[in-house]
Write a protein that binds this ligand. Structure first.
Ligand code: TIU
Length: 222
């Protein structure tokens, strides 16, 4: 059944059978103090504000029988998938692979790697581990979407202008119609979030659509 979200810059129609809810990197490493986000010098409390909204959308999506894909950004324990161009960024006090309060920073399997409990995946949902900012780079995401005949992605997560935007641009280039939930994404920099929302939907949805969660929830209920 086709549902329509009253979105910007214009309506976004989707068929839930061919749409995945893509939740980007809602991990302790980005949302909680002591993780990768904090190690880069950021105030992580800003990101915690979207958790209730993400929970509401996730619950409504699951109730409709929609498929969910979660991503986690992290590296192998030996850092063989972390290039110097990434490893050498950020504060010199704590870097990727160093031991922090939630285990080794941005390393697979460490406590900080986990998706926050409020948004924990359940059976039947896909979890994609990614070494980069984009969800498609060096991951099996594309094949998984093709097997399920997914054509549309509704996106939430963090951070808006880094992993969320990169993933949406990758998805757009691969032919997916993407909608970003405005209050289901956040940045450590409010002005970057705002700019990202505007640049995604500018030029007639050059990268994709944006809409508040309420508009998505109304479409699902209609
Ligand atoms: N630093 C920052 O804003 N984000 C990241 O490093 N990764 C994600 O956005 N997931």
């Amino acid at each position: 059944m086709i549902k329509t979200v009253h979105a910007q810059p214009f309506d976004y129609p989707f068929d839930i059978r061919h749409t995945a809810l893509l939740i980007i990197d809602m991990q302790r490493d980005f949302v909680e103090p002591g993780g990768f986000g904090a190690s880069l010098g950021n105030d992580v409390s800003l990101l915690q504000a979207i958790v209730p909204t993400c929970q509401r959308v996730l619950q409504a999506w699951r109730e409709m029988g929609g498929w969910v894909v979660h991503t986690r950004e992290a590296h192998k324990a030996d850092l063989s998938d972390c290039p110097p161009a990434k490893l050498n960024r950020g504060s010199p006090t704590l870097r990727i692979g160093d031991v922090g309060p939630m285990g080794r920073i941005l390393i697979r399997g460490e406590p900080g790697h986990a998706i926050i409990p409020e948004l924990a995946p359940i059976e039947g949902e896909l979890v994609i581990d990614k070494p980069g900012k984009g969800a498609f780079y060096a991951t099996p995401l594309r094949e998984a979407l093709e097997v399920r005949q997914i054509t549309h992605l509704i996106v939430m997560g963090v951070t808006t202008e880094v992993c969320v935007q990169t993933s949406m641009r990758e998805a757009n280039d691969r032919g997916y119609d993407c909608l970003l939930v405005e209050d289901g994404t956040e940045s450590y920099f409010p002005q970057f979030k705002q700019a990202t929302l505007e640049m995604i939907r500018a030029q007639g949805a050059i990268v994709g659509w944006t809409a508040p969660s309420e508009a998505l929830l109304q479409a699902l209920a209609a």
